[in-house]
Design a protein around this ligand. Structure first.
Ligand code: 2RA
Length: 340
């Protein structure tokens, strides 16, 4: 016996990946339904070798459904997630709406799986921001060994993080560069993204940080350890899929780079590709479609006591969103609902 699963937002980048990954990982599904907004209702999405016709999220009755994976953005989540939760359907939400609610667990299964037992307070579980998810997978095993004091991270985030419109803008703008009569000015992004990088993701806050940078700081504290200090600079780059991060870590005690490499090699969800030679590292185009969080360029930071640098790359639609949500669903099934 399996689960009755709802995918809300099934026609978006993340919703489609949720369906792909549920099928790839043979999640025990008795029945699955794909929901979309009224304007996308009736469109077809794939679930393994099946085709699902999307139904209307607005009128859907969640009663009798075990879990609902939401990828609809904060506004629609606010309207429909409480309705699902009240009907007894556990919500796993990819938006940022509930991540900072003290009564709602924010989970990366490789890092804080035990938090799954807190789901029952509101029948909602939050999925972290994509740039946070891959980073905390790398931080956790190192924190357990040498206690992290401070993290300085610069991100190189692909356009798929901003949705299909962002991907279309990169594609169209790149083509127009070679065809000046077909000028494609910035719309989705604040400036040209083709052959350019933009140090601005989400909105600016009074501190001068962007909300994306704030999310990395706050979510790392909630998922790993509230004592860890994080400062981030989040940058949009002309890559379709795959976020990359340059991470500088300061520990309470010394951690040798070779021991760090061995720890990461053994850690869940991580693939270490780290050779000091041409091509001995991972780049975003190689991570797209993969489940792993890739770590390269592991090396001591000799400018501070107990410092380490590393390079972290992962598919932002997978570990950064859909895969993490499916892993939470697997955890919920294994530890709580116990069907399947
Ligand atoms: C981005 N992390 O990359 C944000 C939301 N997915 O745009």
């Amino acid at each position: 016996m399996g689960y009755r699963v709802v995918i809300a937002g099934a026609t978006g980048n993340v919703g489609r990946e949720m369906l792909n990954i549920l099928a790839e990982r043979h999640f025990p599904v008795d029945e699955i339904v794909a929901l979309a907004s009224r304007k996308s209702m009736g469109s077809e999405v794939s679930f393994g070798d099946k085709t699902l016709k999307t139904k209307d999220l607005d009128t859907f009755d969640f009663t009798g459904w075990d879990m609902a994976l939401f990828a609809v953005g904060s506004e629609a989540t606010k309207k429909y997630a409480p309705k699902a939760a009240k009907a007894g359907c556990v919500v796993i939400d990819n938006s940022s709406l509930y991540r900072y609610d003290p009564d709602i667990p924010l989970i990366v299964p490789e890092v804080n799986a035990d938090a799954i037992h807190d789901y029952s307070k509101k029948n909602i579980i939050a999925n972290p921001n994509c740039s946070t998810a891959q980073m905390v997978v790398a931080l956790k095993p190192l924190h357990d060994r040498a206690t992290i004091k401070r993290v300085v991270v610069s991100t190189y985030q692909s356009v798929s993080g901003s949705g299909k419109d962002g991907m279309d803008e990169l594609w169209d703008q790149t083509k127009s560069i070679y065809n000046p009569t077909d000028d494609k000015p910035a719309k989705k992004f604040t400036k040209q993204i083709a052959f350019n990088v933009i140090p601005h993701i989400d909105v600016f806050m009074d501190s001068g940080d962007t909300k994306e940078e704030w999310k990395m700081m706050v979510e790392t504290k909630k998922i790993v350890d509230p004592k860890i200090k994080v400062t981030a600079t989040c940058v949009r780059v002309p890559v379709f899929v795959g976020h990359a991060e340059s991470i500088n870590i300061e520990f309470e005690e010394h951690l040798d780079e070779n021991e760090a490499r061995d720890i990461l090699r053994e850690a869940p969800g991580i693939m270490v590709i780290d050779k000091r030679e041409d091509g001995g590292y991972v780049t975003p185009v190689e991570c797209a479609g993969d489940f792993a969080t890739f770590i390269s360029r592991i090396r001591q930071d000799s400018t501070i006591d107990n410092g380490l640098n590393l390079w972290c790359v992962s598919d932002n639609l997978r570990k950064g969103a859909a895969l993490n949500a499916v892993q939470i669903a697997e955890l919920l099934g294994r530890e709580v609902l116990k069907k399947g």
